[in-house]
Write a protein that binds this ligand. Structure first.
Ligand code: NAD
Length: 329
């Protein structure tokens, strides 16, 4: 059987990745949309066969409550809107898949988790990499200690951001800059490679364009120490491109991906040779995994708690930048 999804926010990711992915999923189907742009209603209805009664806007959003055709609401709005729209979806009796970063703060993450719990709905975060075979092989290499015990992880993700007027540069809508948008991939990688939560964090920020980045961070480098002693050194930026990788160093060898966080074309290397893994649609894999959780009544491996843990680390990174000190968690 199939789980029926509605996409909320028909911007770039919904248009170019999620809707196409939902045509490839085995257990999930795109049946509904929520959009504030009337002309998208017709384009999407024609392209994806969305029925009129499954088309909503931001005024009618809560009426999804009365629609039995929709099982899951997939939140693809600016970060600062994730919490409100997740809570409202849960209160409308719908399961929620919410894009990364989960929300602007750990406080908001807790509200989202509580709303889904109270309404007995499942919540998952759009951490596509955890469903991608190259990443899964690296996680397995770390767990099996094939190259010995992990000692250090180096991870970074950045790009040069364009349009100075976009929501990603607005603190209220984005919650932060490069760290919130793409730094979370590096943070996630350190967490899933080590299987640990950071014990202490130090961070510093660089701003070369204080006008463009008046509200959000431009470039951040940070280190994290894990309880087992693994050291992580990370970078994220909106000001330079080319950093899209991780490298894990163990006492008998190393492994890593570069590029690591693109939608396809990932390449992996180890101290013994290349990592061979199939190319998959990461979004279809992530959506199908959540659909299966719903069909089998299981918790998602990327549930709200996973997003919360990232936000706790993100807040510690910002706190360390503010204080100029190491933050112990
Ligand atoms: P986008 O700007 O292309 O789309 C955002 C959509 O939200 C637009 O359709 C816009 O009209 C709508 N919207 C509604 N209210 C808005 C408001 N007040 N201000 C601005 N826009 C508003 O952004 P996107 O790249 O599609 O990103 C959406 C979400 O998906 C973000 O949370 C982002 O972090 C996440 N994302 C995840 C990945 C991934 O690989 N998992 C990739 C890109 C984006």
């Amino acid at each position: 059987s199939t789980v029926n999804f509605a996409l909320v926010g028909l911007g770039s990711l919904s248009t170019n990745q999620l809707a196409p992915a939902l045509q490839k999923t085995k257990h999930a189907k795109l049946v509904g949309i929520v959009t504030g742009t009337p002309k998208k209603e017709k384009t999407w209805a024609d392209k994806y066969g969305i029925q009129k009664q499954n088309i909503y806007n931001y005024e009618t959003y809560d009426k999804i409550r009365d629609n039995e055709d929709i099982d899951v609401v997939y939140i693809v709005l600016p970060n600062g809107m994730h919490a409100e729209y997740t809570v409202r979806a849960a209160e409308a009796g719908k399961h929620v898949l919410c894009e990364k970063p989960m929300a602007n703060s750990s406080e908001e993450c807790r509200q989202m988790i509580a709303a889904c719990d109270q309404n007995n709905r499942k919540l998952a975060i759009g951490y596509r990499c955890q469903f991608e075979p190259h990443h899964q092989q690296c996680i397995e290499l770390a767990r099996s200690e094939k190259f010995g015990s992990l000692k250090a992880v180096e991870a970074g993700f950045g790009f040069t951001i364009g349009d100075p007027n976009q929501w990603r540069l607005d603190a209220k809508l984005a919650g932060g800059g490069a760290l919130m948008d793409v730094g979370v991939y590096a943070l996630q990688a350190c967490r899933y490679l080590t299987g640990e939560e950071p014990q202490s964090i130090t961070a510093q920020e660089t701003k070369t364009d204080p006008k463009k980045f008046a509200e959000v961070d431009e470039t951040i480098t940070w280190t994290m120490k894990m309880p087992s002693g693994v050291n992580c050194f990370c970078a994220t930026s909106y000001a330079f491109r080319g950093v899209n990788r991780y490298h894990a160093y163990a006492d008998k060898g190393w492994f890593g991906l570069d590029p690591a966080f693109s939608y396809g074309g990932l390449r992996g290397q180890t101290s013994e040779g290349a990592i061979e893994a199939p190319e998959v649609d990461q979004f279809a894999a992530e959506i199908d995994a959540f659909a299966k959780c719903i069909l089998e009544d299981r918790e998602s491996s990327v549930a709200g708690e996973e997003g919360l843990r990232d936000l706790l680390a993100v807040e510690a990174i910002y706190e360390s930048i503010q204080s100029g000190r190491r933050v112990d968690l």
